[in-house]
Design a protein around this ligand. Structure first.
Ligand SMILES: [Zn+2]
Length: 602
């Protein structure tokens, strides 16, 4: 019997369809909106309803990217509740139905991989009958690896490098990237994923995470396009992103008569200020406004194919502007909460060590003058000296001038073995725009040689005074005085708050790390152009480091650790104390509290 040619054609076309069917024109998110219903394990309230990109419209950017031709990477620095993992699962479901090859999904631990597979991915697949419609057997959904006829899905924990070996993948997803262990001899999982994606023509790597201690997502994000999500605001139609700087919740309208923040007002009224018309974007307007969102590249220098995106909690449908603002306000004063907010809500990197000033950063602080000279354009408001005294009566001193704005120019430094040598150093004339000057006043660490220092201060008063650093946070005044008696004469001695002056000095040395607004409150320290010729001086300025640690009640606090000689650091710390003492008398800008360390943007 001759076969019916039409039936044969249909039979052949049917066989080929699964393999060669052109991909539908619709975007993956359109497909998901048409086909996918939300499993109750994903969201109890919305169980059974069709998935919609309305609640997280920015994920369309990622979902559309994954289908585009060509090899490419996408790194998403995200906050905790913005639906990126869900988007990744939808992408996997679409790949299972439309592509062939292999998919890798790596998360920090194998237990977490198992949980995502079982509780999330498998629910999306079975409840939406994805496999059933393809004629696949749902029993093929093993815990971690799905062997389907066209595609294999590997769910894995990122700790074991071996699971990565020899698997060429068309799509590699790296979830919780910053929690992935560095595998000795193999590198980071990002490196491994790149290796696995070398061959397939259109391979994609999607990595995402809330910024963690390892800093990997921050690094990958920085190297990419650094895209932002903009959308037209209802006030004037101007397209803009949600930026922390435009977040308003502490102005007068949120305060009561006693000038205290009214948290109820903040909760219901926090808004974003339009950069174009000054209008408000309120929380209840954001989802509708975001319907027309799109991505904008802010780093045009990114290498081809390397995209990155920042999505923070202001974009989330699961938290309101007011809730975010109140959480931030309540976190103030609590380092752990601030850190959690910066990472989990703002999706920004948090500097855990508090930062160390490096020698190369010190070199950037150099001005256009040489050691021993006054900067040509600076008229000193004050010329001072601060002295640290080491065992064996070794004196280390720095001389500095302050200008009328309170900025500090280091003039010279040296080591001396006697007070006579020290005084000769103080008396070297300095040629300034206002004529010749010598050191006007100074502080000498009374250290272990109190009597000798006191006697010298009495002999030279009112030029030099003894000083002592006081530790601990119980100190309430930046500078306090006490008096004592020696040889029938009264001696005034200064006590300075070590902890806060260390922050003040470190903030000045690391000033460039802060936002422009914050920089306005931080005084400068300027070093001579040729200070690079004295490595010891520079290294002593880098040897005092704030370290985050826990006390026995498990509270976080900052402690200062010395990692080498830091005597010149101490002299500059005392120099800052002189500024606080003298400012009111000099008409110099008054320095109240030098301020503590704050989390900083990457
Ligand atoms: Zn506007």
């Amino acid at each position: 019997m001759r076969p019916d040619p039409r039936a044969v054609r249909e039979f052949v076309a049917g066989c080929l369809a699964g393999i060669y069917a052109p991909e539908p024109d619709e975007e993956i998110w359109e497909w998901a909106e048409r086909v996918m219903k939300i499993p109750k394990t994903e969201n109890g309230e919305m169980a059974g309803q069709p998935w919609s990109s309305y609640y997280s419209p920015y994920v369309r950017v990622i979902i559309e990217w994954v289908k585009k031709p060509g090899k490419s990477e996408m790194w998403v620095k995200k906050s905790s509740q913005v639906g990126i993992t869900m988007a990744a699962l939808l992408i996997i479901c679409w790949f299972i139905q439309h592509r062939s090859g292999a998919i890798g999904y790596a998360i920090d631990t194998i237990e977490e991989a198992r949980r995502i597979s079982k509780v999330r991915l498998q629910k999306w697949l079975t409840q939406n009958k994805i496999l059933e419609e393809m004629g696949e057997d749902e029993d093929d959904l093993a815990n971690l690896t799905f062997y389907l006829s066209n595609i294999t899905v590997y769910m894995m924990g990122a700790q074991s490098g071996s699971t990565f070996a020899n698997k060429s993948t068309a799509l590699f997803i790296l979830d919780e990237l910053d929690e992935h262990a560095f595998i000795e001899g193999q590198g980071t999982t990002a490196d491994l994923a790149r290796d696995r994606c070398k061959v397939p023509k259109n391979s994609k790597i999607l990595g995402f995470c809330t910024p963690g201690a390892s800093g990997m997502i921050t690094k990958e994000h920085k190297a990419g396009t650094q895209e932002e999500i903009v959308f037209p605001w209802p006030c004037c139609g101007h397209e803009q992103a949600l930026k922390w700087e435009a977040f308003v919740f502490s102005t007068d309208e949120f305060r009561d008569l006693a000038d205290e923040l009214d948290l109820e007002k903040v909760l219901h009224g926090a808004f974003f200020r339009c950069e174009c018309c000054g209008g408000k974007l309120l929380d209840h307007q954001k989802l509708d406004a975001m319907k027309e969102c799109r991505e904008v590249v802010t780093n045009p220098k990114a290498p081809p194919g390397i995209r990155s995106l920042h999505i923070w909690e202001a974009y989330s449908a699961f938290v309101t502007f007011g809730e975010l603002a109140v959480e931030w306000i309540k976190a103030q004063g609590d380092k752990t909460k601030i850190e959690r907010f910066v990472r989990g809500r703002k999706a920004e990197h948090y500097e855990e060590t508090g930062g160390v000033v490096t020698t190369s950063e010190l070199l950037e602080l150099r001005g256009a003058y040489r050691r021993g000279e006054c900067p040509p354009n600076v008229t000193p408001a004050l010329y001072v000296m601060a002295v640290d005294i080491q065992d064996g009566f070794l004196l280390k001193a720095t001389k500095s001038v302050f200008d009328s704005a309170g900025d500090l120019y280091v003039i010279d430094w040296g080591e001396f073995v006697s007070l006579a040598e020290l005084e000769a150093f103080a008396d070297i004339p300095l040629l300034t725009p206002a004529g010749e000057m010598v050191v006007q006043c100074g502080l000498l660490d009374e250290g272990n040689d109190k009597e000798e220092v006191w006697r010298y201060c009495l002999e030279t008063r009112p030029r030099f005074f003894p000083v002592k650093g006081r530790g601990g946070r119980q100190v309430t005044n930046l500078v306090a005085t006490s008096s004592g008696w020696l040889d029938g004469q009264q001696v005034i001695s200064y006590h300075v708050d070590d902890y806060r002056f260390k922050w003040s000095l470190l903030n000045s040395l690391r000033r460039k790390h802060y936002s422009e607004k914050r920089q306005e409150t931080i005084k400068r320290v300027i070093l001579p152009a040729n200070s690079n010729e004295d490595e010891i001086f520079l290294s002593e300025l880098t040897n005092e480091i704030p370290v985050k640690t826990k006390n026995k009640f498990n509270f976080d606090f900052w402690d200062w650790k010395k990692r080498g000689p830091n005597d010149f650091w101490d002299t500059l710390k005392y120099t800052l104390a002189i500024r606080v003492i003298m400012a009111p008398r000099l008409g110099m800008e008054e320095v109240t509290d030098p301020g503590e360390h704050e989390p900083e943007a990457a």
